[in-house]
Design a binder for this molecule. Structure first.
Ligand code: SF4
Ligand code: SF4
Length: 335
């Protein structure tokens, strides 16, 4: 396992970490098995969030006796001092620890960053928690380049998390600036929210970029840890065949695809927006047409039920033309 220093935090971390979203699908016992395997393999960075329902609590239970082997990173959607102070306490309790190495402001908009830094904003609570030793460092997570760039201009931001993968390279210039400014870069969405099928290729692509401090694939199965480790531990340069595959994936996916983050929900008409797009991917890309059609048939609300209110589009961090895309799916699925 390759290790690096997470920007000016000084934390020594493995370049592959653990993304804590998928453990919501399992339980604390299964999470324990993952933690044990990661400790054996020297993976020492864990990312979770207040917003990932049971994730912090499962990790807290699973890390009993193993806590000191890991660097813990979590995050909160709180924007005010009072709400952030409460979330930090909840995270400490859930994670069964008295110190969290990295606490991040979860996906703020530009306006949210103004609220966070204004008097009475969340930053005051983070600074107080840092002074009290409850948290070690402060970071920001973002989906939009404008937020990434603003975060880089704030001297209290020690790490930035942003999507980076084969089909989302828009952050590369800002990632370079992270390295120059001593800001740790945490790579999220290594598989583009599930749009990239070849996980090994996706991880090898990311690991070749020295501006990535750590990549955090989501995992809930020990086999996934092993497969991902095999990919990240292969430091050989990308071969011609792999480079050709990367170009083919880029040509096929373009930039207008759903990352399944679900920020667009709830839909006014009850459409499972990311579910519809997922089925479309299976229909068109992965040669699973019959299966996709039968799954789609079980959806209570179909793409054609969209009433065109547009609310979802104001919430999508990737500014996808959701209504247009749903209309296309309604045609493809016939409903
Ligand atoms: S535009 Fe359609 S999909 Fe989006 S929230 Fe409105 S009804 Fe739902
Ligand atoms: S449509 Fe946009 S907000 Fe909704 S899941 Fe896909 S990428 Fe996320």
């Amino acid at each position: 396992m390759e290790y690096t220093t997470l920007g000016r935090t000084g934390l020594r971390i493995s370049r592959m970490g653990f993304g804590g979203i998928p453990i919501q699908k399992v339980d604390a016992k299964a999470t324990r098995a993952l933690m044990e395997r990661m400790a054996q393999e020297g993976v020492n960075y864990i990312d979770t969030a207040r917003g990932y329902t049971v994730s912090e609590a499962y990790l807290g239970e699973a890390l009993e006796g193993l806590r000191d082997r890991f660097v813990l990173a979590t995050k909160s959607m709180a924007r005010t001092k009072e709400a952030m102070a409460a979330d930090i306490e909840t995270s400490l309790k859930n994670l069964r620890t008295d110190h969290i190495e990295l606490y991040q402001i979860h996906n703020p908009s530009l306006a949210d960053l103004d609220t966070v830094t204004a008097p009475g904003g969340a930053l005051e609570a983070l600074m107080e928690a840092k002074a009290a030793g409850k948290i070690g460092h402060i970071g920001v997570t973002a989906h939009l380049e404008q937020v990434f760039e603003r975060a880089l201009s704030l001297d209290w931001v020690e790490t930035i998390m942003f999507p980076y993968n084969i089909v989302e390279t828009q952050g590369e210039a800002l990632m370079r600036r992270c390295t120059e400014q001593g800001v740790g870069f945490v790579c999220m969405k290594p598989l583009a929210g599930g749009a990239l099928e070849d996980a090994a290729l996706a991880l090898r692509f990311i690991m070749q970029n020295p501006d990535v401090s750590v990549v955090i694939p989501g995992m809930y199965d020990v086999r996934e840890i092993e497969q991902n480790l095999a990919a990240v531990n292969d430091a050989s340069p990308l071969g011609e065949e792999e480079l050709a595959k990367i170009e083919a994936v880029r040509a096929e996916l373009g930039t207008q695809f759903c990352r399944r983050c679900n920020y667009c929900q709830p839909c006014t008409a009850g459409v499972n927006i990311s579910g519809v797009f997922l089925m479309e991917g299976y229909l068109k890309r992965y040669g699973l047409g019959d299966w996709a059609r039968s799954r789609y048939a079980t959806f209570a609300k179909k793409a054609g039920d969209c009433i065109g209110c547009g609310v979802c589009e104001t919430r999508c961090p990737y500014q996808l033309p959701i209504r247009e895309m749903l209309a296309r799916c309604a045609k493809e699925f016939g409903a």
